[in-house]
Design a protein around this ligand. Structure first.
Ligand code: NDP
Length: 481
């Protein structure tokens, strides 16, 4: 397995690397390994970064959009070129496996390229002309945008904010998660090198740094991905200065199998949907509804497939998935497993430890399946964010639909059927930001589809034109004739 020196990672403010009091970041799969030393910022660092972004704003805003697009394509190239070197570092800080980290970089690069390719059409002004007046409506940037991201897929979640913000002429201050900030920041340094100083800034630190960004009066937009409880704090902190916000939050995504489904054809997609990134994905499959007539056959086949999974360090290509990202996350998943073990449901532990001798030196959890479980059980109603999924039997489609929609969340969802028309008819009645038919993982995503949640899964949309719209204000000018 690759072992490299632990890099020192500072804040990036006005094109310069700064920051003292670095904190050691440990590998969640080898807890005694230090992966990086990352600066810890405070309110003063936030203020310096926001002021740098504010000073760079007039110049960046007035840079012709074609020139901004050119620079952002160059930044995307810099991100793509850093994948080979930095994906292994990302594996060692966030606990994913190699292909997951590479997917994060690849999706991030694609998001920039796709967003920038839409720019020219998106920015073309609306004009209205009659005998009395002429009206022009342009899309103006908002100013300094704050981006706050979690640790699970830090590259793509950052680019979903940074690309539309920078393309439309805003400047950015990013706060990464301390649990996955080193590889991301090293990539951002290379991207920032092709942009004017101050256009892209990074401040490291904890929740207080995020809160200071949300409060800062010069910040006009906050793009946030994270948990619902933190989002409530973002809403409170941004309300005194009436900032525009986009929130991408948690989910409890249902996958509903219809009774015409070919069970075997669902297995690969559902296993990927549940266990990729050890289940720590906002739109992972978190509950599976199965017709009672198919329940035993599906549960047996699903468990047999899950039993093939191997859990180990992400740098070992034999690992199907890696450890959980951090101690709090590990305790949260242990808690839901304990509560399920002590219930009437049947908790089945499956899979294999790649290396039993190092198992206790990381936040490793084997894959679990919960059988004979009620829709109302905690493991069905709460977002588990770990490698465990309940299989819930249903009696008719109306019951399955009611249960799928019976959640405080509404991020993504899926329907599995041999008949695409039947799948579509069901999908149209599901309450969620997105519904996929016969898939439910990274390969279901398409940048032409808006991404985001309803209910407590968020506010607003990312990807494509809706993502760009979140970073501009209409500016209407009326001229009398
Ligand atoms: P958190 O909400 O704990 O953290 C997200 C980010 O917010 C981190 O950078 C965090 O910093 C920061 N933060 C913490 N407190 C504040 C505050 N008061 N003001 C502003 N920012 C703050 O989420 P996790 O990192 O634990 O990620 C897991 C959660 O995120 C899950 O619920 C998951 O579903 C959701 N998620 C949603 C996604 C989506 O696209 N919808 C994608 C990925 C995750 P720090 O870590 O230093 O506290």
């Amino acid at each position: 397995m690759t072992q490299t020196a632990a890099p020192q990672v500072g804040h990036l403010i006005n094109g310069e690397l700064t920051g003292s009091t670095p904190r050691a970041v440990h590998d969640p799969g080898r807890l005694d390994d230090v992966v990086a030393h990352v600066a810890v910022g405070d309110e003063q660092d936030v203020n310096r970064a926001v002021r740098a972004a504010h000073a760079a704003y007039p110049g960046w805003r007035s840079t012709p959009s074609a020139e901004r697009a050119k620079l952002l394509f160059a930044a995307a190239d810099a991100l793509a070129a850093s994948t080979e070197e930095l994906a292994p570092l990302l594996v060692r800080e966030h606990g994913g496996v190699g292909w997951e980290a590479q997917t994060d970089f690849g999706l991030g690069t694609g998001v920039i390229q796709h967003t920038v390719s839409l720019l020219e059409d998106f920015l073309s002004p609306l004009t209205i002309d009659d005998e009395q007046c002429s009206i022009q409506v342009t899309k103006a940037p908002r100013g300094v945008a704050a981006a706050i991201v979690p640790w699970n897929m830090p590259v793509v979640l950052t680019m979903l904010k940074l690309a539309p913000a920078l393309a439309t002429g805003n400047t950015v201050v990013l706060k990464p998660s301390p649990f996955a900030s080193a590889a991301l920041t090293l990539a951002l340094q290379r991207m920032a090198a092709v942009l004017p100083p101050g256009v892209l800034n990074v401040v490291h630190g904890d929740g207080d740094v995020g809160a200071a960004l949300c409060r800062h009066p010069l910040v006009r937009k906050v793009g946030f991905t994270g948990g619902t409880a933190t989002a409530q704090k973002v809403l409170e902190a941004t309300s005194p200065t009436i900032k525009n916000i986009t929130l991408e939050l948690g989910g409890n995504d249902p996958a509903v199998l219809l009774d015409d489904v070919d069970v075997d054809s669902t297995l690969d997609g559902l296993v990927k949907g549940v266990y990729t990134r050890s289940g720590q994905i906002c739109f992972a499959v978190k509950r599976i509804y199965v017709p009672r007539s198919l329940y035993t056959r599906f549960a047996d086949a699903f468990c047999a497939r899950v039993d093939e999974l191997v859990v180990g360090h992400g740098l070992d290509p034999q690992s199907s998935f890696g450890p959980l990202n951090n101690e709090a996350q590990f305790k949260k998943v242990q808690d839901i497993l304990d509560r399920t073990r002590n219930s009437t449901a049947q908790l089945v532990q499956l899979g294999r430890k790649l290396d039993a001798s190092t198992w206790e030196n990381g936040y490793y959890v084997l894959p679990h399946v919960v059988k004979d479980v009620e829709h109302s059980a905690p493991v069905s109603c709460e977002e588990q964010f770990g490698p465990v999924v309940p299989l819930i039997a249903y009696d008719d489609e109306e019951q399955a639909l009611a249960w799928a929609n019976d959640s405080e969340y509404g991020l993504c969802s899926s329907v599995w059927s041999a008949d695409p028309e039947r799948g579509l008819a069901f999908a149209e009645r599901v309450e969620a930001g997105s519904t996929f038919i016969n898939s439910h993982s990274f390969d279901s995503l398409d940048p032409r589809m808006p991404f985001g949640g309803i209910k407590q899964s968020g506010l607003g949309r990312e990807f494509g034109v809706p993502g760009l719209s979140a970073y501009v204000e209409d500016h209407a000018v009326r001229r009398l004739k």
